[in-house]
Write a protein that binds this ligand. Structure first.
Ligand code: DHB
Ligand code: MG
Length: 230
């Protein structure tokens, strides 16, 4: 039977992680130094990073934007999926975090492909021309996601990739009385995404739930049955 998805257990996730290319020494060190500097342990999972790289490579992405740099961990995953003349611009509103990420990325193998932009995510997205980027990754304040995604859908090219972290609300998505103040915003964003007519998107259960979408309507042949000839 495969008309329904199989139930995924913690054992399945361990199985997946054991069969997915993980972190290298650079990323491991970054996480360690970020912890030592007092940053919360909320970077993306390695299997999520690998999946994002697969999507970016499949789409031939060259121009990518990330909102929410934190320590620069996901930026390095993303930049490694780009060609040598590709570019990731990652926006961080906290100046200390931006400086930390800049120093980590400067020591990495993808320093020439990453620009850390210090400032407000929405303002930066608003400054970019229509259809000018190939992919966008949202990983910032959850209440801001609908506005980021709205601007994102303007600046993405047709067929461009929209990704957003934390669709599972830090594990609280289906919890009756969530404690995290951002959980209601995640739930509202998930419903907002599900209703978008200009995006084909699905939540992939890797990490804390990853929204992945492609800009543009699904082709008619995917959503409609052909009419029989009379
Ligand atoms: C948390 C995790 C995240 O990935 C994020 O972007 C924000 C918060 C958390 O677990 O609190
Ligand atoms: Mg996140």
């Amino acid at each position: 039977m495969s008309e329904k998805s199989s139930i995924v257990t913690p054992g399945h996730f361990s199985y997946i992680a054991a069969r997915t290319r993980g972190e290298d020494a650079t990323l491991r060190l970054l996480r360690k130094e970020a912890r030592a500097a007092g940053y919360p342990p909320i970077s993306i999972a390695p299997e999520q990073g690998s999946f994002m790289q697969i999507l970016l490579r499949g789409a031939g992405a060259r121009e990518v934007v990330e909102v929410g740099t934190l320590a620069g961990y996901s930026a390095i995953w993303i930049a490694r999926a780009l060609p040598s003349d590709g570019r990731l611009r990652t926006v961080e509103k906290d100046s200390e975090r931006a400086a930390f990420a800049r120093s980590m990325i400067a020591r990495s193998d993808v320093a020439s492909r990453v620009e850390v932009v210090e400032g407000a995510g929405l303002e930066f997205l608003r400054s970019l021309p229509d259809g000018s980027i190939d992919a966008l990754f949202l990983d910032a304040d959850k209440a801001g996601y609908p506005a980021y995604a709205t601007e994102g859908l303007r600046i993405l090219r047709e067929g461009g990739i929209l990704m957003a972290d934390n669709a599972f609300a830090f594990g609280e998505l289906l919890v009756p009385s969530p404690v995290d103040p951002e959980t209601p915003a995640v739930r509202a964003f998930n419903d907002w995404m599900a209703e978008r007519p200009d995006l084909q998107a699905v939540i992939v259960p890797l990490g804390d739930g990853l929204w992945v979408g492609v800009k543009g309507r699904a082709h008619a042949r995917c959503s409609e049955q052909p009419q029989p000839q009379s």
